[in-house]
Every structure is written in C-alpha cells, then in structure tokens.
Design a protein around this ligand. Structure first.
Ligand SMILES: [Ca+2]
Ligand SMILES: [Ca+2]
Ligand SMILES: [Ca+2]
Length: 237
C-alpha cells in the first residue's frame, strides 16, 4: 500500500493527507524546541553576569552564577571557556566563591582571569556533562570539543566596549529562571551581588521539558486530538 493508499474515497485520502501535514508541523515544532533548549535552557541555575574586557590590562575578570534557591547545589557544576576562533575550549573553571544569599537566590563568582576578549568567544555552563547554557559575546560560533561539541552558541547581544573600567554584561529583570531575564551592558559591575534592576522571585513549579510537553499534550491528549481532527476535517473515531 502506498503512503496514502489508492483505494477509498477522495475525502478519505484528503483527510489522511491533512493528518500527515499536521503531524509534520508538530514534528517541526518539537524539533525546533529541542534545538533551542540545547543552547540556552530555561534553567534555574544560570550564568548571571560576566566581565571580560576593560581599558588597559584586563582586571577582575569573572563569571557569576545564580541559583534561585537558598544554598543551591553546585554538584557537578563547572564553567568552560571557549575560543570563538576555532571553537575549542581553553579553560575550565570550578572554584566557586559564595556571594550574596537572599530568600530566592544564591550567587557565586568564579575568577576568570585571562578570559578572551571576543569577536567572538564563549562560555558554557555545564552540570554533570549536560550543557545548561552555551553563551557567547561579540558573535556566535560552533564548539568543536568538550561538553558543548557541535552546539552553536547564543550571542548575548550587548558587548563590553573595552574603553572603561568596571563594566560587565549581565542579566536584568524579574523572575526565577534563565529566560525571565535579559542581558544588558552594566557600567558598574556587581560580582557576587544581585545585578542592577534584577529581582529574584520565589521559584515556581518546575516546568516539564518542551519535548515532553509537546509529546504529552499534543499527541497524548484525547481532547486536543479531537480538536485537531475536527479542524482538519478528519472523521472522529
Ligand atoms: Ca580579557
Ligand atoms: Ca578568542
Ligand atoms: Ca552580579
């Protein structure tokens, strides 16, 4: 039997083709969500701020990590620095220094002396081999080794001009997970402290991964299935 068959009425064949088109669209949506989440997930542990370039010799280069719970676990956590020229890693940071602790957050800083100055370069936040984030500044590139191998970095957007002291790139906004916040250039960095115009709210219920949500809700829910069938003209079972 061919994919859509040759027997049956024209209406049945059209319904089958519509069903395949819907499944194809769903597969595309699920695939797209999977690719995006591999680079920057909506994690509750995330890079919160970093400084890599200033006027003159670079000083107080750092990476700040936020965990929006009191005493957030550092188990298996590390920061891998990537050279955007060639895509290989050049350093791994794992000495976390405790910073501010609030009702809904714990901040840590890592000494990042020698972090490269961009066009582009990258930072991966890794937990037990899984890449929570693969960020870059002054452009984007593909990692060629280490935990982020094959992943395309996400450019944070703003960059440090390298013409002033005390600047940094960091997250601002209100929330309790990575995608609640957006990057901006700070003229006064805050290593180990909450960023300017940043508020951590109480953690919400942990959301299901995008792929699981798509799989359970769109393909497993009888109600949604009926809705899709109705809209596509496929006969109800
Ligand atoms: Ca530097
Ligand atoms: Ca570089
Ligand atoms: Ca900070």
């Amino acid at each position: 039997m061919a994919l859509f068959g040759t027997e049956g009425s024209g209406t049945a064949r059209e319904s089958e083709m519509k069903k395949h088109r819907i499944l194809s669209i769903l597969a595309t949506v699920m695939s797209t969500a999977g690719v995006a989440s591999a680079v920057v997930t909506d994690s509750t542990t995330f890079i919160n701020e970093f400084h890599y370039d200033n006027t003159g010799g670079d000083v107080v280069e750092f990476v700040e990590i936020a965990i929006p719970t009191v005493g957030g676990s550092l188990t298996g956590l590390s920061v891998v620095l990537y050279n955007g020229t060639g895509g290989a890693s050049y350093d791994t940071l794992s000495t976390f220094v405790l910073g501010s602790v609030g009702p809904n957050f714990t901040l840590y800083t890592l000494d990042a002396t020698g972090i490269q100055n961009g066009s582009p370069d990258g930072i991966a936040l890794v937990q037990s081999g899984s890449v929570l984030e693969f960020l870059s500044y002054e452009g984007s590139f593909v990692a060629t080794n280490g935990p982020a191998t094959g992943l395309t970095s996400t450019d944070v957007g703003p960059s440090e001009p390298g013409t002033a002291l005390g600047t940094s790139l960091g997250l601002t906004g209100t929330g309790n997970s990575r995608l609640d916040f957006t990057y901006m250039l700070f003229t006064d960095d805050t290593p180990g402290a909450v960023n300017t115009s940043q508020t951590f709210t109480a953690p919400a219920v942990v959301p299901l991964p995008p792929a699981a949500v798509a799989g359970v809700v769109l393909l497993g829910s009888t109600g949604i299935d009926k809705l899709l069938r109705r809209r596509s003209g496929i006969a109800m079972a």
